[in-house]
Design a protein around this ligand. Structure first.
Ligand code: SAH
Length: 435
């Protein structure tokens, strides 16, 4: 979601004459778009700001100094604290106010002091964003359809940093999707903190859920692949499950965070489902789409997690056969209820995390091996490291390397998979490949 937000921040600043650069030392303005989900991500902000400090006084910049802004969820959570610890920061803005950046920049240019804007405006930012810059998204684009969260999992800061749950209107989403399609985007990933609780205002009145929205995005000329992330298991409704059966553009890969396989831990996390509910849900999804591959998120060492609880997580991983996953040590977050209770020793967390990750790695390798000898459609989205090579994504999100002429960049092509490693596949274009 921060990738999406950063692209919109660039859109908002474009009319002021700002354009992105890859070189911080050449920049007139540097914006850190930050994440607060775990402590490590939040800490990085201050060390990164320390590294940027020497760039501040570069001569010849458009404002007489390099403007430094901190955006995103760390900005939302820490606000004034950032200005106190790093007084050379000019602008601090939360994830819901970046449409106001032009005014903040103007104020920062005029004023001696810093500008702080961490409101949750009643009028959502989406109503004020300019359209995306033509061609800026490449062949695959993110599109935020839902934001914020009202679930209050006991480990999670999202409700406090991104704010209350909100869905964009369907017409607004479709307009943006068409705009990407006409700029050459072939794959759209619909985004939300809990994207499957999407309930956007429908064009003819009433509301649509995510399943209906996906079917409509699939109708857009040029959109050949649809994905969505991140989903909350308890919000998977029948219409969305049916979309996995009925919409061929919806890719057979689903990221469905479960966090733990222990019912006791799931209850303490306030997840609103047990581990067998999750197993049954996976069965229903696979009945709808038999080749569905699943990935997940896991939190290891949630307060009070026993060895038995951890074994239950390993059992669930074995039962579902995830093809990839993200796993994290529990990180206590300010203001969340779980941060106060009976913490698990860090050495124990590390041990459990390593055991889980080695099981997940095995499953990923096994899945990659099973792909050898199959033909897959690959969306080539970047040049490879070797000359004449392109890299793309399979329907299951695996990276696929193949020798392919440059004009195939940005297109979907049939590839015969010939080899698999832990993290990627390689193959050869079949003779049906066309530019
Ligand atoms: N909406 C998703 C959560 C997205 S946050 C859901 O309902 O599951 C992305 C991931 O970060 C989470 O799935 C979780 O695994 C991890 N995470 C969130 N808070 C965390 C914390 N306090 N410590 C460790 N990992 C955390």
């Amino acid at each position: 979601m921060n990738v999406y937000d950063s692209a919109r921040i660039a859109d908002v600043l474009a009319p002021l004459g700002y354009a992105p650069t890859d070189d911080p030392a050449a920049a007139d303005m540097i914006i850190l778009n930050t994440c607060h989900i775990r402590e490590k991500a939040a800490e990085k902000v201050y060390s990164e700001l320390g590294r940027l400090r020497p760039l501040k006084d570069r001569p010849g910049t458009r404002n007489g100094r390099v403007m430094i802004a901190v955006a995103g969820c760390v900005a939302q959570a820490e606000g004034e604290e950032i200005l106190r610890r790093t007084p050379f920061v000019d602008i601090v803005l939360g994830p819901q106010t970046y449409h106001r950046l032009p005014e903040m920049v103007a104020r920062a240019e005029r004023a001696a002091g810093a500008v702080l804007d961490t409101d949750f405006p009643a009028d959502p930012k989406f109503d004020h964003l300019p359209g995306p810059a033509a061609g800026a998204e490449g062949s695959s684009a993110f599109l935020t359809v839902q934001e914020g969260c009202d679930k209050f999992c006991t480990f999670c800061v999202v409700p406090y940093t991104r704010g209350a749950e909100y869905s964009r209107a369907v017409a607004d989403v479709l307009r943006e999707a068409r705009c990407y399609a006409s700029a050459g985007v072939r794959e759209i990933t619909l985004l939300g903190q809990n994207v499957n609780c999407f309930h956007g205002e429908a064009p003819g009145g009433g509301e649509w859920g995510l399943g209906r929205l996906i079917a409509e995005v699939a109708e857009i000329e040029g959109i050949e692949r649809i994905r969505y992330t991140t989903s909350y298991p308890a919000d998977m409704d029948d219409a969305l499950i049916a979309a996995h059966r009925d919409v061929p553009e919806l890719m057979p890969f689903l990221h469905l965070p479960v966090q733990s396989g222990s019912d006791r831990v799931l209850a303490a996390m306030n997840r609103r489902h047990g581990s067998d509910d999750y197993r049954r849900l996976v069965d229903r999804l696979r009945a709808a789409r038999p080749d569905l591959a699943l990935s997940s998120d896991f939190i290891i060492g949630f307060p009070g997690e026993t060895d038995g609880d951890f074994r239950a997580t390993l059992e669930l991983v074995k039962d579902v056969e995830f093809t990839s996953a993200y796993s994290f040590k529990y990180s206590p977050r300010p203001g969340t209820p779980a941060s106060l209770e009976d913490q698990v020793d860090d050495a124990v967390k590390s041990e459990r995390l390593a055991e889980l990750q080695s099981l997940l790695d095995e499953q990923q390798k096994r899945f990659n091996d099973r792909c050898i000898g199959r033909e897959m459609t690959v969306l080539f989205d970047r040049p490879g490291r070797h000359p004449g090579q392109l890299v793309g994504r399979s329907p299951y999100m695996q990276a696929v390397h193949a020798q392919a002429p440059r004009p195939l960049l940005g297109s979907l092509q049939p590839v015969m998979i010939t080899a698999g490693s832990a993290n990627s596949l390689s193959g050869t274009l079949t003779d049906r490949a066309v530019a």
